[in-house]
Design a protein around this ligand. Structure first.
Ligand code: NAG
Ligand code: NAG
Ligand code: NAG
Length: 494
């Protein structure tokens, strides 16, 4: 950011928070306009607003989090009858001059270790179901498993969120009273469970992955927290497209964290309700990259598997269109051990990197390209991208419709038309935003871990709205309360 002060589109930390604050305020306003249109205009009083837990704030640079229950106290009296157009810029200004950091309050179930760190062969000592992070952090298996390791990083971040010496930026804090939480986190390492235990062992009737999911459904639906919300405020990780396949039809009112929606019907998962998280890239980060346009000999790079089904057919068509082009590297084959090194070299020395839909719309190749500062060319009509509500991918990616990409010469012409200046703009932008896609422990400001928590936080107002609506006809003591769980068809983004 310092390197390019004139760079406008970049999201700085404060503008991110501003944006979030602003969105929340817009939400309040829109809520008011709804109230206004349905009730007498001047009868609405600000005091009817519940103390929004979402508005818990922590001052910048203060290592000891202080929670202010209600931000309204710091906003000048807002009268509902005030003109919407007039009031918003004022509030926006207020947030701008007084940047606040929103901290998501999360309650985490104390699930037995077999659901999380036990899958990493960690054994509990004493009564705690959690490892003592101050003595040893359980290792995560390397290689391709790492792509879907968000479950591990988010859980570590949550566990360490209450350490007194946790300094700097925090986007999340673990609370032990679920009534005080914005969301309820379900610490099931579902991708790891799929990767390690989805194959049936001899003498097993069901594989362990399926058994764990069935156990999880049983556990969750019996919890007081699940019953009172119908699961709507629960956060469930299902990053690997094949993870949670047994449980998701039963747990779908919850907010899922996913790689894409490829394997989901839109009633079960959709962009309104759920959060898209990046893959962890497996290509080496390009540290101190001074390899600009003229230093990258390959024009266009693609390395991947051939898929014959669904959107994957376009890979073969593109292969025949591009295979004889000069300076194009296009080859099939999965990434083995040596493959990762080769792919790192390949992407680090290419100007553009192709991302073509495979058997699902997303793949880790996009995040490998970002880490390599190789301008991504995305050919995947159904792709959903992480944090796209706050990040404009068109500033550093090229999107091509599949129907265009398979036209003769279309793609190569388009790419050749992007000259050094425009390419360099995107390359610089890539170097600015790459941190949003880095997973690490301890988490750092604006890394993937914190960006994901913030994306969850942005969903909280709509979760609340649905929750409150669902309570309209559920009188105390009536059986309707259970009906929230029994008739989930009333719910859903579409
Ligand atoms: C806000 O309203 C309260 C109660 O109506 C009043 O006591 C207070 O002075 C008002 N504050 C401002 C800044 O107008
Ligand atoms: C949890 O929080 C709620 C609401 O703030 C409060 O009423 C309740 O007493 C708390 N429970 C415990 C065990 O502290
Ligand atoms: C990157 O540059 C910094 C500062 O110039 C230097 O300290 C660091 O060692 C470099 N890292 C690598 C991996 O080259």
């Amino acid at each position: 950011m310092e390197r390019n002060p004139h760079y406008r589109g970049f999201i700085s930390r404060s503008s991110l928070f501003c944006m979030f604050g602003f969105t929340s305020i817009i939400f309040i306003f829109s809520w008011f306009s709804v109230l206004r249109s349905t009730s007498r205009p001047h009868s609405v009083d600000l005091s009817i607003l519940p103390n929004s837990k979402l508005f818990a704030v922590v001052e910048n640079g203060n290592s000891q989090p202080q929670y202010q229950e209600n931000i309204q106290s710091s906003i000048p009296n807002m009268s509902v009858s005030v003109d919407y157009e007039e009031e918003v810029p004022q509030v926006k200004k207020l947030i701008k001059c007084n940047p606040i950091k929103v901290v998501l309050k999360v309650f985490m179930y104390e699930l037995p270790p077999e659901f999380h760190f036990g899958l990493l062969d960690w054994k509990p000592e004493g009564d705690s179901v959690w490892p003592d992070l101050k003595t040893k952090i359980p290792d995560y298996p390397g290689g391709l498993n790492l792509q879907h390791s968000i479950e591990y990083w988010l859980t570590l971040d949550l566990l360490s969120s209450t350490f007194p010496d946790s300094v700097g930026a925090r986007s999340v804090v673990r609370v032990h009273n679920s009534s005080e939480a914005d969301v309820i986190f379900v610490p099931f390492f579902s991708s790891l469970s799929y990767n390690r235990f989805s194959r049936l062992q001899p003498h097993e009737k069901k594989n362990r992955n399926q058994l764990l999911q069935e156990k999880l459904v049983k556990f969750l639906t019996a919890q007081e927290e699940w019953r009172r919300s119908g699961g709507r405020d629960h956060v469930i990780l299902a990053h690997h497209p094949n993870s949670m396949i047994y449980a998701r039809m039963k747990l779908w009112p919850a907010m899922f964290i996913l790689a894409d929606f490829g394997r989901y019907p839109p009633t079960i998962a959709n962009v309104e309700k759920d959060v898209i998280a990046p893959y962890k890239h497996i290509i080496k980060t390009f540290v101190n990259d001074s390899s600009g346009f003229d230093d990258r000999p390959t024009l266009l790079y693609f390395q991947g598997a051939i898929y014959r089904k669904d959107g994957g057919i376009v890979r073969q068509e593109l292969f025949y269109l591009l295979k004889d082009e000069k300076d194009v590297h296009f080859s099939f084959g999965s990434v083995g051990k040596d493959g990762i090194n080769k792919a790192s070299q390949g992407m680090h020395s290419s100007k553009f990197c192709l991302n073509i839909a495979g058997d699902t719309p997303s793949s880790n190749r996009l995040f490998d390209a970002i880490a390599s500062h190789c301008v991504p060319v995305i050919i995947s009509d159904e792709i959903e991208l992480p944090y796209e509500d706050v990040l404009d991918y068109s500033e550093f990616c090229i999107f091509v419709r599949t129907s265009d990409a398979v036209k003769k010469n279309f793609l190569i012409k388009l790419i050749k038309s992007i000259k050094k200046e425009e390419w360099t703009r995107r390359w610089k932008k890539l170097k600015e935003i790459e941190k949003f896609f880095e997973f690490q422990y301890p988490s750092q400001e604006e890394d993937a871990v914190q960006m994901i928590w913030q994306a969850v936080a942005r969903k909280v107002p709509s979760v609340r709205l649905k929750l409150h609506k669902s309570k309209r006809f559920s009188h105390k003591g009536s059986k309707r309360k259970r009906a929230i769980i029994a008739i989930p068809r009333n719910f859903g983004g579409r």
